[in-house]
Design a protein around this ligand. Structure first.
Ligand SMILES: [Zn+2]
Ligand SMILES: [Zn+2]
Length: 367
């Protein structure tokens, strides 16, 4: 017989877990509550009391997945809506302006403007080429600011539709309904020779470089990030910045001793040990296994380098860069490795000295 206190004690971490999975706090509370109830009703199915927590997280996980699947079904039913409804749905679903940089929007506009109506074209040119505020546009067109904003939204939605139909958004925005790997226009930060590909599952995003990883191993070797960490972003650039935030967070947590699982936020222990990936040599780096939800986190040496603020600024300035690991050696009595991050089109580079025992950065020099 389970006692109430044990169950209720798990509630806060269940809520956090559900929140991470579905990103809605009220709903997370509900699902956690349903999980407690289901556990109570089905407690006879739990044979080993020691596995209570992982059993309960399993229930919560299934409930979250079920909800996410229903949402997905809801999203695909958009095509059955009327034109007006579809437009509104599109507008709320994505905000081009937020997901893409002005430069990218300009590039995409170039291709698509010709197909838009003259009025919409003019509006978008005012907004994005002349960088007029909606207020200025309103004064010029002798309409209210609200009306100007509304027209802008419509023009953006129309533009999105055109870009979507012509597949011009491929590489910039994650397109829903597309299965498998999608090519992006982002350079792989490790080799700087190939573009990254992204794949979306119900709860996770996977990043891969097919230059660094042979296609036959793609299903086992990729960077996996819980989708909940990305919020609603659909632009690849934004996804990548979330990824670097996540890396920085994981590394900071490691450094400050606040070690937590990115899925359920239980505390975990990061160990400096090579981690094995099927079909590959042992990967040097750090790993942490979560005892609550069984998620294994890995932070490779390159991952730690990419987590550094200096390197992230460099990455932003030089989107096409390469990470070169040198031989392990001893620096100031510590096992260490020198990692060079260099821009491919220019001579710019940053040298990082990484202490291998604690994953500490011993020195960073920009050259
Ligand atoms: Zn690569
Ligand atoms: Zn966990």
């Amino acid at each position: 017989m389970l006692d109430d206190l044990t169950l209720v004690g798990l509630r806060p971490s269940l809520v956090r877990f559900c929140l991470k999975m579905i990103g809605d706090s009220a709903l997370a509370e509900d699902i956690a509550q349903e999980t407690l109830l289901e556990a109570w009703v089905h407690q006879h199915e739990l044979r080993d009391q020691a596995r209570l927590a992982s059993w309960m997280f399993g229930i919560a996980r299934n409930r979250c997945l079920m909800w996410l699947r229903q949402q997905k079904h809801h999203a695909t039913s958009i095509s059955q809506l009327t034109q007006g409804e579809a437009e509104t749905a599109l507008m709320s679903q994505m905000d081009l302006e937020q997901d893409l940089e002005a430069k990218e929007i300009a590039e995409l506009l170039e291709h698509a403007l010709d197909t838009l109506s003259p009025a919409m074209r003019e509006l978008l040119i005012h907004r994005y080429y002349d960088e007029m505020s909606p207020g200025t546009i309103a004064i010029q067109a002798k309409i209210s600011v609200a009306a100007a904003s509304m027209r802008l939204q419509r023009a953006k939605a129309a533009l999105y539709q055109i870009l979507h139909e012509n597949q011009k958004l491929d590489g910039y925005i994650m397109l829903s309904g597309k299965k498998g790997w999608q090519d992006t226009h982002l350079w792989c930060p490790h080799c700087g020779q190939h573009h990254l590909s992204v794949r979306s599952t119900v709860t996770e995003l996977h990043f891969i470089c097919f230059g660094c990883v042979p296609a036959s191993l793609a299903s086992t070797i990729h960077t996996t990030i819980p989708k909940a960490l990305f919020g609603t972003a659909k632009g690849y650039k934004r996804l990548l910045s979330h990824l670097s935030d996540w890396l920085a967070g994981a590394w900071n947590g490691m450094r400050e001793g606040l070690r937590y699982c990115p899925y359920c936020h239980s505390s975990v222990v990061w160990c400096s040990q090579p981690f094995s990936i099927p079909g590959q040599e042992l990967q040097p780096g750090f790993s942490a296994d979560c005892e609550q939800c069984r998620f294994s986190s890995y932070l490779s040496w390159e991952g730690i380098i990419l987590a550094q603020a200096e390197v992230q600024r460099f990455w932003l300035r030089f989107p096409r860069m390469q990470i070169v690991l040198e031989q392990e050696r001893e620096i100031a009595g510590q096992r260490a490795v020198v990692v060079t991050v260099r821009s491919i089109p220019t001579q710019a580079r940053v040298e990082c000295c990484l202490g291998l025992e604690q994953g500490k950065i011993l020195e960073i020099i920009a050259r």
